[in-house]
Design a protein around this ligand. Structure first.
Ligand SMILES: C[S@@+](CC[C@H](N)C(=O)[O-])C[C@H]1O[C@@H](n2cnc3c(N)ncnc32)[C@H](O)[C@@H]1O
Length: 355
């Protein structure tokens, strides 16, 4: 009885020292915990019902969890390796490490949902990043190759392409024999050009995404890790950069497909509709042997274009898929974002200011 009185006393004292805001937050949290199970159960029922209805209508359905489990990297026909380089731990504080790990989770989620996932590696896992990963669950059971080794210890130097918006080389195709490295750095552009400099120092290849070739964008072309990952993934599926960009880059980035690209892609479409089976076979073989990186002859030109405000005429809005719906993350372990919204809705995008 004494102890109950003591507890009650402590509770009263604690709430007396809490600000109104803290108190409201605590009440909200308590209310949520009391209804959480019920809300989740209803949501599950709603999803089941919607799925049943869609099946009855004959709609094309997103893969089920069961189906997703079979979409593994080992079984995938996509052999392109994409790597998140986590050796940049020391350039980030705790908050940004948390964002980095969240972005890795988003990448994993997208990859798992893909019919043919990319070969996903996370290298240089140590220090704060490792500790954060450990704190969210058994990440080692995910279908991802995690290693403490650095990317250049895992892949042959000549097969490495470090992705950087600062590179003068433009990515043209994705080669199944290459490893494309994304810098595991959430830095709000405080370390501008860091990954590019490090790649040059190590003597590995580097390239930027061909954004300015396909899109006019109001904002800078430095994207988040998960957006870069998703663009590469979409490209492996669609083999079309402008579609890949449009399906990933959030509309608030003000991306527009360039008019010439738009009209040429329409012509391409018409041509491809009439193209024969032989064409298809030819393109399949040629994509294997395509030149991967093309030295940009107009480095200085594209360098300035990258940070210019896009002309608003003669362009077409990207109807970004990231605008629609939420994305349910499917992690094999019980992480804190089991059901999370797509990254574009959770504020993981850091570079939003128009330049
Ligand atoms: C948030 S950015 C980090 C920016 C950082 N200041 C740097 O030095 O790269 C994370 C990573 O995404 C990739 N990335 C972002 N935008 C890119 C672009 N336009 N082209 C190629 N890679 C890009 C790069 O690998 C980059 O290291």
């Amino acid at each position: 009885m004494d102890s109950v009185t003591k507890d009650e006393k402590e509770e009263t004292q604690a709430s007396a020292t809490m600000s109104k805001k803290q108190l409201r937050r605590q009440q909200r949290q308590e209310k949520w915990l009391s209804i959480k199970a019920d809300v989740r159960a209803k949501e599950k029922q709603r999803k089941k019902r919607k799925r049943r209805e869609a099946l009855e209508r004959g709609d094309v359905m997103a893969p089920t969890r069961k189906k997703l489990r079979t979409n593994t990297m080992a079984k995938s026909s996509c052999k392109t390796s994409v790597v998140i380089d986590c050796s940049l731990d020391s350039y980030m504080g705790e908050k940004d490490i948390t964002k980095l790990v969240k972005q890795i989770q988003f990448c994993y989620s997208s990859n798992r949902r893909a019919q043919n996932p990319m070969q996903f590696h996370v290298t240089g896992v140590h220090g704060q990043t490792k500790a954060r990963l450990e704190s969210i669950g058994d990440y080692q059971n995910w279908d991802v190759n995690f290693t403490s080794k650095d990317y250049h210890e895992v892949f042959e130097k000549e097969n490495i392409v470090y992705l950087s918006s600062e590179s003068e080389n433009t990515l043209q195709e994705l080669d199944p024999n290459k490893a494309y490295i994304i810098g595991g750095l959430v830095d709000h552009n405080h370390h501008k050009g860091l990954c590019h400099s490090l790649a040059i120092e190590k003597g590995v290849g580097h390239a930027r995404l061909p954004i300015s070739e396909f899109l006019d964008m109001k904002t800078r072309k430095v994207l988040t890790i998960n957006h870069v990952f998703d663009i590469l993934l979409k490209y492996t599926e669609m083999k079309n950069w402008s579609q890949a960009f449009c399906s990933v880059i959030p509309q608030r980035k003000g991306a527009h497909v360039k008019q010439d690209v738009e009209s040429s892609s329409q012509t391409d479409k018409q041509e491809s509709e009439t193209s024969s089976q032989t064409d298809k076979q030819e393109s399949e073989t040629s994509s294997q042997t395509d030149i991967l990186l093309q030295e940009s002859e107009t480095r200085s030109k594209s360098g300035t274009q990258e940070y210019e405000t896009s002309p608003q005429t003669g362009t077409q809005d990207c109807e970004s898929s990231s605008q629609t719906g939420t994305q349910e993350c499917e992690f094999s372990s019980q992480t804190d974002i089991q059901e999370c919204e797509s990254s574009s809705q959770t504020g993981t995008q850091e570079y939003e200011t128009s330049s």
